[in-house]
Ligand binder design. Structure first.
Ligand SMILES: Nc1ncnc2c1ncn2[C@@H]1O[C@H](COP(=O)(O)OP(=O)(O)OP(=O)(O)O)[C@@H](O)[C@H]1O
Ligand SMILES: [Mg+2]
Length: 359
């Protein structure tokens, strides 16, 4: 087990004029499960590969357990990796696949067998130890790949989208298993995904990346409740937070032609002190409800009934889109003119209209 520290760590690929990872700072505690999340090309895999010793650290440092990793070859970092495309040896049994790294290391047969059996028990693979990978389901194969990492008892697990080959249901199941297993083993883990739900459900803390730059590093609850900027606000949560840049009026902001989203007094003071004429406001769909009167006038574009809840997609004017959650069935119909109102405990997030930073 070990702490991990990224200190202004950067990576630039040969022939590129842009940093793939740009001055990344992360302090990861011993035993912590940290998820790197962000859109495609944001530098997640590169950041992970720098830790694993598969890409150079061009600037800054990365430490594992307080030890500078620059110049330390991958095999000497005591890391086990699980990738999206984990290739199992087709001609070896599950047990042989799982124990292979130990065999290469010269671990005696009995000890190998014991470790493989222990890991198989954790992963619910005991009945499959003598099977070949071709005769396993996708989820079982994925667990063998995990098992291969576990038996090595590394200081750190590095996982890069290990679930993306699984179907939706199996993904949910396996993500719960991996998170529970990590907690039991207590091995410091860095896990890469582009799926914000995976990030929110698995991580102790989540690092959101965009264009190689860290946007926010916080617990899932904090990312959700206090996004550091408009990008994080829009990235975390599904459907996404409603984000609109609108003119500031006496009571709040103007939405569409002549509706007002009211703001609290201290928020108004904040806006006046900042000397802004416009502001980007953010409201989560679950904080808006369909109301009979006194809300923002909108026209319904789409109603999405998910069974347990319904999302009503609307617009208040050209390009001014708002999504609201409703807990009742069929609250509105296509092309209806309705009103949306912030629920009393709802939050309006404020972001700078140019920089996107939280105000
Ligand atoms: N081997 C490479 N050579 C040159 N540029 C690369 C290489 N690998 C990645 N890049 C570039 O570096 C940036 C970060 O890539 P990276 O693979 O880390 O993104 P990612 O966040 O893992 O994306 P994805 O979700 O698509 O896997 C991208 O702009 C990518 O095009
Ligand atoms: Mg990647």
């Amino acid at each position: 087990m070990a702490t991990i520290t990224y200190r202004s760590a950067s990576c630039i690929y040969e022939g590129s004029d842009k940093l793939a990872v740009d001055s990344l700072n992360l302090d990861i505690a011993d035993g912590e499960f940290v998820v790197l999340v962000g859109p495609s090309g944001s530098g997640k895999s590169t950041a992970l590969r720098m830790l694993a010793g598969l890409e150079d650290i061009d600037e800054g440092t990365i430490e594992i357990g307080g030890r500078d990793m620059r110049g330390v070859p991958s095999k000497d970092r005591d890391i086990a990796m699980v990738f999206q495309n984990y290739a199992l040896y087709p001609n070896k049994t599950v047990a042989e696949n799982m124990g292979f790294a130990l065999k290469l290391r010269g671990v005696p047969r009995d000890e190998r067998r014991r470790k493989v059996e222990e890991a198989a028990k954790l992963l619910d693979l005991t009945d499959f130890l003598d099977r070949k990978p071709a005769k396993l389901s996708g989820g079982q194969r994925q667990r063998v790949a995990m098992g291969r990492a576990i038996v090595r008892e590394p200081q750190v697990f590095c996982m890069d989208e290990p679930l993306s080959n699984l179907d939706a249901k199996l993904r949910v199941q396996t993500r719960t298993q991996i998170a529970a297993l990590q907690r039991r083993l207590g091995t410091t883990t860095v896990y890469v995904t582009h799926d914000q739900v995976e990030a929110m459900t698995m991580g102790d803390r989540v690092a959101v990346l965009r264009n190689g730059k860290l946007q926010q590093f916080a617990s899932p609850a904090e990312l959700y409740d206090k996004p550091a900027n408009a990008f994080v606000a829009g990235f975390i949560g599904s459907p996404a937070m409603n984000l609109l840049t609108a003119p500031i009026t006496a009571q709040g902001v103007r939405i569409g032609d002549d509706s007002t989203l009211e703001l609290e007094r201290d928020q108004m003071t904040l806006l006046h002190d900042a000397g802004l004429e416009q502001v980007t406001v953010g409201v989560r769909p679950e904080h808006l409800q369909v109301s009979d009167s006194g809300g923002i006038d909108v026209v319904v574009d789409l109603v999405e009934d998910l069974g347990s809840e319904t999302y009503v997609y609307t617009h208040a004017g050209p390009g001014v889109q708002l999504v609201a959650r409703s807990l009742s069935r069929a609250p509105a119909r296509l092309a209806d003119t309705i009103e949306l109102r912030k629920i009393p405990e709802g939050v309006v997030h404020l972001f700078h209209p140019e920089t996107g930073e939280r105000l």
